[in-house]
Design a protein. Structure first.
Length: 293
C-alpha cells in the first residue's frame, strides 16, 4: 500500500467518507471484518449508523425504505416491479409510485427465512441485527394496524397506531426512536397473513378507502394522515359452529419463523374509546391507539 493511501485510510474523516460509498450489505458485514479500527468507526459514527438504518435521520430528509430489509423481506415492502425509483436508494420518485400490486397479500413462503431452513437459526438469533434496523428513513410517523370485520349485523373495526418518538436525528434516543423491523415483523406475523395487506405512504387502493360505512371510510382517511405504513386485515364473522377450515400454508410457516423472544424494548400502553357506526349499519367500532409511555 502506498504511503498516501495508508495516510488517507488512517484519517477517520476520510475513511468515513469512503465507507459511506459502500453498499449497505458490505458496510454491515465484510467492512466490519476488515479490522477492529474499521468496526469501531462504523459502530460509533453517526453518519455510518444512519446509512445502516440503525440511527434515525432528521424528519425533513427524503423518505426511503430500508433497501436491505426490502431485499430480505420483499413481501413486506413496495415491490420492485410496482415502483419507479432508484434501486440503490429505494427512494420513490413519488409516493403514489410505490403502491404494491392491488389485492396482493404479503407472502411468508417467498421469504429466504422460509425457503432456507438452514439459515433460520441466524435470522432468529436473539441478537440478529436486522431486528434493530429502522424500516424507513426518516423514521415512520406511525405504524397502523386496521382490522375490519363484516357480518350480518354490519361492520366493525379496530385500529392500533404505534408512534415512534417525535425527536428527530441526533436528539433522538437511538434505542427507541422510530419503528424498527422487530416490531414490524412481529405485528405482521400475529395477523392472519392471507387476509392481510400492507400499504406504504398512503397508497391505499380506492376500493379499500371508499368503504360503504362512513365511520370506516373516515377512519381510513384519518389513519393515512397519521401513518406511513398500514397493516390492514379483514375478516368475516359467521355464526356457524363446528366447521374448521384446514390450516393455511402461510399460517403454518408463521409458527416456524416467529421470533422466539419479544425484544421491542419499549413500554407500550393502550388508550381505548368506542364510537358507533352510522344508524343504518348496526354494530360498533373500537378505536385504539398504541403509544409509547
Amino acid at each position: 500500500m502506498k504511503t498516501s493511501e495508508r495516510t488517507a485510510l488512517s484519517s477517520p474523516e476520510i475513511l468515513e467518507a469512503i465507507l459511506l460509498e459502500l453498499d449497505m450489505r458490505t458496510l454491515l458485514t465484510s467492512a466490519q471484518l476488515t479490522c477492529k479500527g474499521w468496526r469501531a468507526l462504523i459502530i460509533h459514527s453517526p453518519s455510518l449508523q444512519q446509512a445502516l438504518f440503525f440511527r434515525p435521520v432528521k424528519q425533513d430528509a427524503e423518505k426511503r425504505y430500508n433497501p436491505l430489509l426490502a431485499e430480505t423481506f420483499p413481501s413486506f415492502f413496495p415491490t420492485r416491479h410496482a415502483t419507479h425509483h432508484n434501486a440503490d436508494s429505494a427512494t420513490p420518485t413519488s409516493s403514489r409510485s410505490s403502491i404494491r400490486v392491488p389485492g396482493e397479500a404479503p407472502s411468508l413462503l417467498r421469504l429466504e427465512i422460509s425457503k432456507n431452513p438452514e439459515k433460520r437459526g441466524a435470522y432468529l438469533h436473539v441478537n440478529a441485527s436486522w431486528r434493530r434496523m429502522l424500516i424507513q428513513q426518516p423514521p415512520v410517523r406511525g405504524l397502523a394496524h386496521i382490522s375490519v370485520t363484516s357480518g350480518q349485523i354490519g361492520y366493525g373495526y379496530s385500529r392500533y397506531i404505534l408512534h415512534g418518538k417525535d425527536l428527530p436525528g441526533d436528539e433522538a434516543d437511538a434505542n427507541y426512536a422510530g419503528i424498527r423491523m422487530n416490531i414490524f415483523y412481529d405485528l405482521i406475523l400475529k395477523q392472519p397473513i392471507s387476509e392481510s395487506r400492507i400499504y406504504w405512504w398512503g397508497n391505499v387502493p380506492p376500493n379499500v378507502m371508499d368503504h360503504r360505512a362512513d365511520g370506516i371510510r373516515d377512519m381510513f382517511k384519518n389513519t393515512v394522515a397519521k401513518s406511513d405504513v398500514i397493516l390492514y386485515t379483514t375478516s368475516v364473522f359467521q355464526c356457524v359452529q363446528g366447521i374448521q377450515r384446514p390450516p393455511h400454508p402461510e399460517e403454518e410457516m408463521m409458527r416456524q419463523i416467529a421470533f422466539p423472544v419479544r425484544d421491542w424494548g419499549a413500554k407500550l400502553s393502550f388508550h381505548n374509546a368506542t364510537k358507533l357506526l352510522p344508524p343504518d349499519l348496526e354494530g360498533h367500532a373500537r378505536y385504539t391507539e398504541l403509544r409509547r409511555r
